[in-house]
Ligand binder design. Sequence first.
Ligand code: IVH
Length: 667
Amino acid sequence: MPNPQKEIAKLRAAIEQHDRLYYKDATPRIDDQAYDSLKTCLAELESANPEFDFDKSPTHAVGDDRLEAFQSYQHRKPMLSLDNTYNQEALIEFGRRLEKRFPDQTLNYLVEPKIDGVAVSLTYENGQFVRAVSRGNGTEGDDITHNVRHIKGVPHSLDNAPAILEVRGEIYMQHHEFERINAARELEGLQLYANPRNLAAGTIKLLNPAEARARRLDIVLYGVGACEPPRYFSHQAEIQQKLKKWGFAVLEKIWQTDGIEQVWTSIEALDTLRQTFSYPTDGAVVKLDDFRLQDEAGYTAKAPRWAIAYKFEAERAETLLKEISLQIGRTGAVTPVAILEPVQLAGTTVSRATLHNEDEIRRKDIRPGDTVRVQKAGEIIPQVLSVVESKRPDDSLPFDFGAHLKALGIEAERDPSEAVWRITRSDDPIRQQRELQHFASRACMDIENLGTAVVEQLVSRGLAQTPADLYALDAARLLELDKFAEKSATNLLAALEVSKGRELWQLIHGLGIPHVGKQSAKDLEAHFDSLDAIACASEEQLETVDGIGSIMAQSLHAWFENADNQALLDRLRTYGLNFQSARSDHSDSPLAGKIFVLTGSLPTLTRSEATALIEQVGGRTSSSVSKKTDYVVAGEASGSKYAKAVKLELTILSEDDFKALLNPIAT
Ligand code: IVH
């Protein structure tokens, strides 16, 4: 018989560790259900052994997300937790308790989605937004105003509001944003975030608001904490309407019922509908609607007696892990992926699951040939939870990441400070292949007829290493490729030609600049007139762009400073790719459409700076002097272009003349 005191101590320590990982580090090791079952186990042991003081037990406290670096604030009204259940009987029992407490009343309940986000409390004083505070330990939380102020759905002022109002809700991250950020991290070779909730939790605790803003967070508000005057609202349902009127982002749907029996039907309706919500949900919150009754029902030490959370079980399945495949990203990061015997899970067929990195594989001791339990975390991304050890084949061996890479002929190294293996050589053919595939992909230059098989051949035959090489291809070279006939060559060349006119953001995205995804590329295009203007922008200037944080600004700046990248851009420009933003309308500029040739080195301006200036006024640059050239800007050592300009009697400008032409008033 195990010693209950020891068991209790062990469980408390484990739960406290998981609380720390979840609330403070935003990197939980176990899923909600496993965590909840530890807590249930502990609560059962504690109630069977009341002699082991449990005042300080995690069963009687909410977690704590407070961090040293933040100013903490006391909530005017504590932010409590909710009692959880995964079964229908407990829900009915909750209703029975309330019916016993209020025998003469018809009890109306609200059923709301339970959002799997990060709790926040917004304070409004005299209708003005003054502060956003995290839940903290329930009594006192961290001031996260700087990271919340800009979230859409947080109004800065409210009409006809009570003098003091704490609005409660959850911050979350939409799935496409999570994917965008992970894609950028993958590019950087950084470890991927496990799920949107952890990333949202980490983001609200960033010290630099620009960085937090660059990751798009969302919010949904569902309740009220302190309120002055106190009887401003009388029902929960009324709060929802009022919050909506004030401009808060609110729950898409709530169900009003008049009895606990009906509650179940609403929960089922919610379960089918929740996939369509923009926020992740992990259950339903059932609340008594009437605030007078809520007050009378009161609270336990950590949760209201008038509400309960019914959690949906994450769908799980067992299946065979056929192999561990290694995916190479554009920066050479190697990500392990489980290739599974296809299995039905939460309405979709799952045949792959992420394994994160080498450490994760080792920690869970996952091996090819194992039967594994898979789950859709956050309802979307399949994860390998654990191995069914009883079904492991006798001859199975632990997975050796390094050896596996070697066997595949992949030269990679593991950075000792990270869990990531990465191909270090930039001329590695697999890496080049990924870069080209990305460049040609739909979300970038959308080059039809340039699929994986063609890219593979182009790289292996040395016909293309960088995106610029694609534009140097000709029919004769393409005809050397397997399965390439006249028609496919013509089609590919035509597609390449078409791609030259793609929008600027597509090119920016296609360049594969670390951290810069599709949305950031669009943000950059919306702010700058041309690629050259982006290339010349300082880190500070880049950071002023909506959606661009300091990490991205740094990454952009470093990328454009790199000589190889500059050479790549020069070549792409020569091939005639569009470097201009669609937003730059220069129809009324006198220099619109004028052709400039830059030659020799100018005293103060670099080539790209001069190009950016020309493009800002709607002009174009060309690399060769002809009768069509409008202006030749000549610096030192101009050579043959200068001579040709003289011969053609073109207008030749010094740097000063050039500046005066562009900006006649300032000079
Ligand atoms: S009402 C007194 N409603 O879930 C606490 N909470 O696990 C009343 N949550 O602390 C909370 N969706 O952070 C409420 N529709 C909803 C919710 C919700 C998510 C969070 C909240 C709460 C936690 C408990």
